[in-house]
Design a protein around this ligand. Structure first.
Ligand SMILES: [Fe+2]
Length: 390
């Protein structure tokens, strides 16, 4: 059923954000507005090489605010990296954070913030609403159109000892301001743009069919799907096109506002499990898993999946029978994946049959599973991983 206008009580949380070309240039001014006396910049080597971190340091210099750069952050950011960042934050006497980069530096920055104010280990915040003190002022400058960590109340951190990703969900993780600048996308590689674009599309799709969706989140989810469906493939073919980059950045922003408030589903529960276990790129996991999960969920949210199919270009969907609708939607998803070279399988990424029970067990305990429209058993998740192997 499409959500009706008579809704249950719903909260919608979003940060202040500025969207548009050159939004990134405002980081220094915002740090000043927040009264920062020393800023920790959290970034990663790729973003530094692209020149975006230097722009942040120059902005802080002109605002006469000292800073320290922490860039020991890897994809699928690790608990140890958060703890090291928090140590440097303390040692350097920082009182505000600027995160510049994709989901990894932003999630790491969120972690550093709550560790430094709560004086706890990052792994102690696992789950929903486990953070009592908000972190220091956090300014996010995203450089990918995908994770939406810059607007979400989520942070995903890898526990290397248990080989799992923990999900931290808390309103305190919503940044104080997000400076969303489509120009930063012009240095993203084709592969990373494809992965992150598929991540954003999955965010919008899972938020739309989530059990916690509302007309408010649907608005952002549908527009996120529409924008990403129409701009992702052409943006990869024309990487310099600012209009297309703006559309993918806007799609990611909308998808982020939707999922931060409606949460996600089984694709993310299974992708988090894979990312914690084998460090596979998050967008790649989503791209593989999304078709299998849509096939599994379809009957529980048929009308909504029909709307998604139409946005992905399936014509005359309403005249089809249920099974035909499902096939048409899966074919449309397959076309998107093929166009961006993401029609791979888990075996090709090194996942083995014998790892599946452990992966399924970890997926079962991920908080994202709670809002999936169909409650899966562990056996059913194992079958889905098996389908995704081939
Ligand atoms: Fe994601």
């Amino acid at each position: 059923m499409m959500a009706d206008t008579q809704i249950n009580l719903r909260k919608f949380v979003a940060p202040e954000f500025i969207f548009g070309i050159d939004a990134r240039c405002l980081a220094g001014r915002y740090a000043q507005n927040f009264g920062a006396s020393k800023v920790l910049i959290v970034s990663d080597p790729g973003v530094i090489a692209a020149g975006w971190t230097k722009e942040m340091t120059e902005g802080l210099e002109s605002a006469k605010i000292p800073f320290h750069v922490f860039s020991a952050v890897t994809p699928n950011p690790k608990a140890e990296e958060v703890m090291r960042g928090a140590e440097e934050y303390e040692k350097e006497g920082c009182d505000a954070i600027v995160a510049v980069g994709g989901g990894s530096p932003m999630d790491c920055a969120k972690g550093i913030g709550i560790v430094s104010t709560n004086k706890k280990h990052i792994l102690e915040f696992e789950g929903v609403d486990q953070v009592s003190e908000p972190g220091p002022p956090l300014i996010c400058v995203p450089t990918t159109a995908g994770s939406s960590a810059d607007v979400s109340q989520f942070a995903i951190i890898t526990d290397m000892q248990r080989r799992v990703k923990i999900t931290i969900i808390s309103k305190t993780l919503v940044p104080d301001v997000s400076l969303v600048d489509p120009l930063t996308l012009t240095t993203v590689s084709r592969d990373l743009a494809a992965y992150t674009g598929m991540d954003a599309l999955t965010h919008a799709l899972e938020a739309f069919v989530s059990n916690a969706a509302s007309p408010i989140t649907d608005l952002f989810a549908l527009e996120g799907i529409r924008l990403m469906a129409s701009s992702l493939v052409p943006s990869l073919e024309h990487p310099e096109d600012r209009e297309l980059r703006t559309r993918t950045m806007l799609a990611s922003l909308y998808a982020g506002l939707a999922f931060s408030n409606a949460s996600l589903g089984l694709v993310h529960a299974m992708a988090h499990s894979l990312g914690g276990y084998s460090d596979i790129a998050h967008g790649q996991s989503n791209a593989i898993l999304v078709s299998h999960v849509v096939g599994f969920n379809f009957e529980m949210a048929e009308e909504k999946y029909q709307a998604i199919g139409e946005l992905l270009g399936v014509e005359e969907m309403s005249g089809l029978r249920s099974e035909e609708k499902k096939e048409a939607l899966l074919a449309a998803l397959g076309r998107v994946k093929k166009a961006i070279n993401l029609d791979v399988n888990l075996r090709a990424l090194g996942v083995k049959q014998e790892e599946i029970p452990r992966l399924a067990e970890n997926a079962m305990s991920d908080p994202c599973i709670a809002t999936n429209p169909r409650r899966p058993t562990k056996d059913e998740i194992e079958r889905l991983y098996e389908q995704a192997l081939l």
